[in-house]
Design a protein around this ligand. Structure first.
Ligand code: 8VR
Length: 471
């Protein structure tokens, strides 16, 4: 196979979705603890109070990762577990949990990849404005510095934010995520502060390397949604809508961290319309001088785009009833439409493996020969259980076809360094509860969260053992 010898075969998770122990050993509340406890916010009121209880079972889970042969594990740190009120006093028990997890991974030769922010902002910081406040930017820099100090000696792969498009988009535009707003002006400024927080965290990371407080070989990146857009017809209005979707959903999110600036024509529109983003004096240099080392791409689906003169709908399919999702779109900009020729999941996401390769090629064309990690890719499904076995063949087919696309990308010269299927273990899906499974390992919620290897566990074990030759 074309996979290089040092290619990292991993898997991913996120703190709020997997750990549980939401108020244990000094952890403070996050905005997801607060939001998910409000009625009507999540599928059937599901939340991360217990999740997969990884906080208490991480040794068993890491042993399963090692049995599967995983070479790297992408996980996120819960900021309020380290800083219960977001800044100031450090919760030593929280530091100990992640230190023990990292030691357990290293014991089995599994490289940690840390995500600093996977949506669980400390509620105490939301109370002072969250990402709309520069105080949160300062607090993030302090949080990142503590993580570098405590874990930088053993962790060389870092990323700052996961899917800014989603936590800003759903937090400030659709309102489906906390803080549940629908205000583009506030959303754009909040998003700007996230980019500044990222740049400051990169700057501190590089300073710590320079001072040899952390190893020189460490890499710090940014993790974005990678979602290729295609016009549903070659009519000029559909092509224009597709370009708009690309500018707003891709370039606005990638340019600031890979070019150090926003796409200028969109920046003109946002500043003319709302006077945002407001830049502080240091912002421009911060963005320009702290380009990250790699880009993490989370690939699930392509979206077909059409012109949208009429609908404003941001409700999505959160039940898993195929075809129950309406067309998602912003009036006057674009809308996502279904292609009758395409194949879709139960959550109405197109299955398009080639998009993994096409997406990286397009990014390489715009940003140059940057290192890539596929930091998420997976099939959300209700896995069939036959005679007590979890026979998730659809997930095997999905991952197999996507590793084909990954191999094609490498053959075409993309600097792809690792593949982290979402998710190592079944965990909470934010708005879809526990019914939307992604894991190689099943969690029996009727039986004390007992772990059980799925068919895909053994399939992936072979893929890793053969360095991608057997798929
Ligand atoms: C919305 C949804 C899903 O549950 O299907 O998309 C795929 C995957 O993306 C990740 O960044 C989220 O942390 C994880 O929970 C998943 O979230």
């Amino acid at each position: 196979s074309a996979f290089p010898d040092n290619f990292l075969w991993g898997a991913a998770s996120a703190a709020y979705q997997v750990e549980g122990a939401h108020n244990v050993d000094g952890k403070g509340p996050s905005i997801w603890d607060d939001f998910s406890h409000q009625p009507g916010t999540t599928h059937e009121g599901t939340n991360g109070d217990v999740a997969a209880d990884h906080y208490h079972r991480f040794k068993e889970d890491v042993a399963l990762m090692a049995e599967m042969g995983m070479q790297s594990y992408r996980f996120s740190i819960s900021w309020p577990r380290l800083f219960p009120s977001g800044r100031g006093t450090v919760n030593k028990a929280g530091v100990k949990f992640y230190s023990d997890l990292i030691d357990e991974l290293i014991k089995y030769g599994i490289k940690p990849m840390i995500t600093l922010y996977h949506w669980d902002l400390p509620q105490a910081l939301q109370d002072i404005g969250g990402w709309e406040s520069r105080e949160t930017v300062e607090a993030f820099e302090q949080y990142a510095a503590l993580c570098y100090q405590e874990f930088g000696d053993r962790v060389s792969l870092w990323s700052t934010f996961n899917e800014t498009l989603i936590f800003i988009g759903m937090g400030y535009f659709t309102g489906a995520h906390p803080p549940g707003l629908s205000d583009p002006k506030r959303g754009i400024q909040a998003c700007h502060h996230v980019f500044i927080a990222h740049a400051k965290a990169v700057k501190t990371f590089r300073e710590y390397q320079h001072q040899q407080r952390i190893p020189q070989n460490g890499q710090i990146g940014f993790v974005n949604v990678m979602q290729p857009h295609e016009p549903i017809t070659d009519k000029p209005e559909d092509i224009a809508a597709c370009k708009m979707a690309d500018d707003l959903l891709t370039h606005w999110l990638y340019d600031p961290v890979l070019k150090g600036e926003y796409p200028s024509h969109i920046l003109n529109i946002t500043q003319l319309t709302w006077g945002v983003p407001v830049f502080s004096l240091e912002d421009d240099d911060l963005l320009k001088n702290n380009i990250c080392d790699f880009i993490g791409v989370n690939y699930y689906k392509r979206e077909w785009i059409a012109a949208n003169p009429d609908i404003s709908n941001t409700k999505i399919n959160t039940t898993g009833n195929k075809g129950s999702g309406q067309e998602f779109g912003f009036k006057g900009l674009f809308k996502f439409v279904r292609n009758p020729k395409s194949t879709y999941t139960d959550w109405d996401w197109e299955i398009y493996p080639e998009g993994l390769c096409v997406g990286m090629q397009r990014l390489k064309e715009r940003y140059g020969d940057i290192p890539f990690y596929i930091t998420e890719n997976g099939l959300g499904a209700k896995d069939p259980i036959i005679d007590g076995e979890i026979v998730d063949q659809p997930r095997i087919d999905y991952l197999s076809s996507h590793t084909d696309a990954a191999e094609s990308a490498i053959k075409q010269g993309i600097d792809l360094r690792g593949y982290y299927p979402w998710s190592f273990i079944d965990l909470l899906s934010w708005l879809n509860g526990y019914q939307k499974q992604y894991g190689f390992v099943y969690v029996d919620r009727e039986n004390n969260l007992q772990r059980k290897r799925k068919k895909s566990f053994f399939w992936y074990q072979e893929v890793i053992e053969s360095n991608g030759a057997k798929r």
